[in-house]
Design a protein around this ligand. Structure first.
Ligand code: GLN
Length: 279
């Protein structure tokens, strides 16, 4: 029995919708394209083509995983961030488009030489900055060994492994030296909000990458307390925040003695980045 691309997409979308998956139509295009080894945009030209039986079996397996709310990037093995493909597994936070705002902000300030990325996860921030700035040396930390392995693979893939040093560290604990740029997308979801997350996130992404517990601000407090020892004069620290945390996070850094703290927005107009400049 042969199945066309159009039929495969329609039945797949129905299956996922019935299971309560949001955005089922978009997901099935990505899943089928990946199973067929083509770009999602190429599927538009293949509506009437048959899906090879082996590729259909792969697609079927992908749908079964998505039905259980596994994130699409985990199923197909990765996702794009700032124009580069990153390997993504269950051991790392699924890179979010919002986090590209942090890269934008970093690039705006011009090339830096010594960069620290804390809680690197998949390595998107460390690898992107190393790739954009060929002179930069980066230290990338995480508390999770499996995450560091994924980040190292991504660094190799993008040809920047020699300029990134990976270290297992609880925030600044194992970090030495000073930096002219520090970037960090810490876990910032409060324990209370964890309960209302979609099953995709709650059941499949690493708990430690999502929440520090409590009010969600603990990582900023710990980092603010040590920041002065690691940030050069004239240096900049950029933090991703939850969209309602702008005031609270700014206040944490001001209280730690930093005068130049600003909040900027992501593409949807939500507060997303806190910038702390050391004068
Ligand atoms: N730095 C990674 C990212 O921005 C991981 C962040 C995290 O695990 N909280 O996606």
């Amino acid at each position: 029995m042969s199945v066309t691309v159009r039929e495969a997409l329609a039945t797949g979308a129905m299956w996922l919708k019935d299971a309560g998956v949001e955005g089922a139509e978009k997901d099935v295009r990505i899943l089928l394209a990946s199973a067929m080894g083509v770009e999602p945009s190429e599927l538009l030209l293949k509506d009437d083509e048959d899906v090879h039986p082996e590729q259909f079996r792969t697609y079927d397996g992908f749908l079964a995983a998505r039905e259980k709310f596994q994130p699409v990037s985990q199923i197909i093995g990765g996702r794009e961030f700032w124009g580069r493909w990153f390997k993504v597994t269950r051991d790392v936070l699924d890179p979010r488009p919002d986090t590209e705002s942090l890269i934008e902000k970093a690039l705006e300030g011009g090339a830096r030489q010594r960069v620290l990325d804390m809680g690197t996860g998949s390595g998107i921030l460390a690898v992107t900055l190393a790739a954009e700035w060929p002179e930069a040396r980066v230290i990338a930390t995480d508390i999770s060994t499996p995450a560091l392995e994924i980040a190292a693979e991504n660094a190799l893939e993008h040809g920047v492994a020699e300029r990134i040093q990976f270290a297992e560290s609880d925030w600044f604990e194992q970090v030495g030296g000073t930096f002219d740029l520090i970037v960090c997308n810490p876990p910032y979801i409060s324990l209370e909000e964890m309960g209302s997350l979609s099953p995709d996130v709650r059941n499949w992404e690493p708990f430690l990458a999502l929440t520090p517990g409590g009010d969600g601000l603990e990582a900023y407090r710990i980092i603010a307390a040590g920041l002065e020892n690691y940030l050069d004069e004239g240096g900049l620290a950029l933090f991703e925040i939850g969209h309602r945390q702008g005031e609270a996070v700014s206040e944490i850094f001001r209280a730690a003695g930093f005068g130049a703290v600003t909040v900027s927005k992501d593409l949807s107009g939500h507060d997303r980045i806190v910038a702390v400049a050391r004068e």
